[in-house]
Ligand binder design. Structure first.
Ligand SMILES: Nc1ncnc2c1ncn2[C@@H]1O[C@H](COP(=O)(O)OP(=O)(O)O)[C@@H](O)[C@H]1O
Ligand SMILES: [Mg+2]
Length: 248
């Protein structure tokens, strides 16, 4: 079992879209996948055509209960979810107040070790106890970042956290920084991508282009490849899923 955490303290960088597309595509390729939605916005369930539930809250706060109670099927083979909703914000307060160990989420998820090949953790766009522990739990960390000016400023914060984690004994690896909302035309995208490459070198992955379908899919409760298996966005996420398989 590999835990893949998708994080960036900035909002609207494609974290949720990336979580859903990757987990979906890997489940299609025979991997048993679980998504855990640690963002109080709870968009993962809705994007899959399901309803929000306090699953993440329960998993984090009612830790003596069997985790399986909060797992829901998505109607797709080998793809399950622990949905979240706004109560996750309350769990955040509890986690921060109790100051639980950094390894709290990792320990929790170890209980599901034999049941899933990949567990994807989608996180909220802010600094907090859940996000830190979700990053610490990661075998692989993926950081989506929009290709717009100043995006590397947003990255600095999470890279600083990462540096601290390494000192605290983090055993995970940075899968990469994923440029998103990439658009060939505006020079902004190109300039930003070049800057990112200069600064973060080989950590920068192949970009995901801006694509309307990625906005439409969650509104229809569908994954991008379910709407259009041939779309460039599908192909780009497919390539990323292959990279993830190779890397893990
Ligand atoms: N590459 C993309 N091109 C166009 N729209 C996108 C792309 N990736 C995500 N979106 C849309 O942009 C919004 C923010 O993306 P989301 O994945 O929710 O980001 P985050 O989880 O980081 O806040 C959503 O409406 C999503 O559907
Ligand atoms: Mg999100």
């Amino acid at each position: 079992m590999k835990i893949v955490t998708i994080a960036n303290y900035k909002g609207g960088t494609g974290k949720t879209s990336t979580t859903l597309s990757l987990a979906g595509l890997l489940s299609q390729r025979g991997r048993r996948c679980l998504i855990i939605d640690f963002d109080p916005q709870g968009q993962c369930a809705i994007a899959l055509g399901l309803t929000q539930e306090p699953g993440a809250f329960n998993a984090l706060v009612n830790t003596s209960f069997d985790l399986h109670q909060w797992i829901r099927p998505t109607g797709r083979e080998r793809l399950d979810i622990i949905p979240g909703d706004r109560t996750t914000a309350t769990a955040q307060i509890v986690i921060n107040a109790e100051n639980r160990g950094m390894e709290a989420i990792r320990k929790l998820l170890n209980r599901l070790k034999s049941e899933y090949d990949y567990i994807f953790l989608d996180t909220a766009p802010s600094v907090g106890g859940i996000q830190e522990r979700a990053v610490y739990a990661a075998d692989l960390l993926l950081i989506p970042t929009a290709t717009e000016f100043m995006s590397s400023n947003g990255l600095s914060q999470i890279m600083t956290t990462l540096g601290q984690m390494v000192k605290d004994g983090w055993t995970g690896k940075l899968l990469g920084i994923l440029p998103t909302f990439y658009d060939e035309n505006p020079t902004e995208s190109k300039t930003t991508l070049n800057e990112l490459k200069e600064r973060f070198k080989e950590s920068i992955l192949e970009p995901i282009h801006r694509a309307t379908i990625l906005r439409e899919a969650p509104a229809e409760g569908k994954l991008v490849y379910e709407l259009d298996p041939q779309h460039r966005a599908t192909r780009e996420y497919h390539a990323l899923s292959e990279y993830l398989i190779k890397y893990s």
